[in-house]
Design a protein around this ligand. Structure first.
Ligand code: CUA
Length: 283
């Protein structure tokens, strides 16, 4: 049985042709980064990797050397050491400064990504998770999304909007399909209909939990390159968690405009559920 597993798994993976770009290079390493914020995240990842890597090699080398050098030998008495204060001070002070530097840098990047107000010209896009798919809402020609209210999110009204909201009349929705213009900031409005899901795009270095009862309006990004990616749910949310992914494309702005123009405006909240297919569209 176990002998069959790998060929079978390979076959299944080959058959389930996915929309996302297939990684030909760095399969064992990070996927490419296309988000403006990703450079700093990758930078601090490599800094930590180098610091911990060098420390691990140094510590284990010294340890192995001492194990061999001071091994028990007949006739050689053990040395009783009471420690060395100078060494203790040095190897406590250095890590303190390293940790402080990492914390300050990390905090600064987090502030930049999540605590500052997203740019005013950002494209607002609402994404509401459900078992097991993604409701997506885009603004129409007015560039404005209907206001989302967490308390109003329901099965029939996944975006928690007021049907009378004039900003919402030209909005359009998709299910599991996301298209973003390259080089333009996108501001997300994230929520969930049922359980905790998570918006996760590895190529964006972007991860945000979506807890029902909340609307997260502080997540934004700017894609710097075009491509096809996968939006993956990254919180175990039920039996269908493994197939909860969305097709995500980053395209040139005119291509985005053309795509958006071809979408019909969303109906009002009451009839919206009829446009929601049961399974993830496309696969
Ligand atoms: Cu939604 Cu896992």
């Amino acid at each position: 049985m176990s002998k069959l597993f790998i060929p079978l798994a390979t076959l299944l993976l080959t058959l389930s042709h996915s929309h996302a770009e297939i990684r030909q290079t760095s399969v064992w390493w990070l996927p490419r980064n296309v988000n403006m914020f990703g450079h700093e995240i990758d930078f601090i990842f490599y800094v930590i990797l180098w610091i911990t890597g060098i420390t691990a090699v140094a510590v284990f080398s010294v340890m192995i050397y001492f194990i061999v050098k001071y091994r028990a030998r007949p006739g050689v008495p053990a040395i009783h050491s009471h420690g060395n204060n100078t060494l203790e001070v040095i190897w406590t002070t250095i890590p303190v400064f390293i940790f402080l530097a990492l914390a300050i840098y990390g905090n600064e990047q987090w502030t930049r990504m999540r605590l500052r107000t997203p740019p005013a010209d950002a494209l607002p896009v609402a994404v509401v998770g459900e078992q097991f798919g993604w409701n997506v809402r885009y603004p129409g020609p007015d560039g404005k999304l209907a206001k989302m209210t967490a308390a109003k999110v329901s099965k029939e009204n996944p975006f928690g909007i007021d049907p009378q909201d004039p900003d919402g009349h030209d909005d359009f929705t998709t299910y599991g399909e996301l298209v973003f213009p390259v080089g333009r900031p996108v501001r997300l409005y994230l929520s969930s209909k049922d359980v905790i899901h998570a918006f996760y795009v590895p190529e964006f270095r972007l991860y945000q939990d979506m807890v029902p009862g909340r609307v997260y309006d502080f997540v934004w990004f700017k894609a710097e390159a075009t491509g096809y990616f996968q939006l993956a749910c990254n919180q175990l949310c039920g039996q269908g968690h493994y197939k909860m992914f969305g097709k995500l494309s980053v395209v040139p702005e005119p291509e985005y405009e053309a795509w958006a123009k071809g979408k019909a405006p969303a109906a009002t909240a009451s009839s919206e559920s009829s446009s929601t297919p049961v399974a993830v569209a496309g696969r």
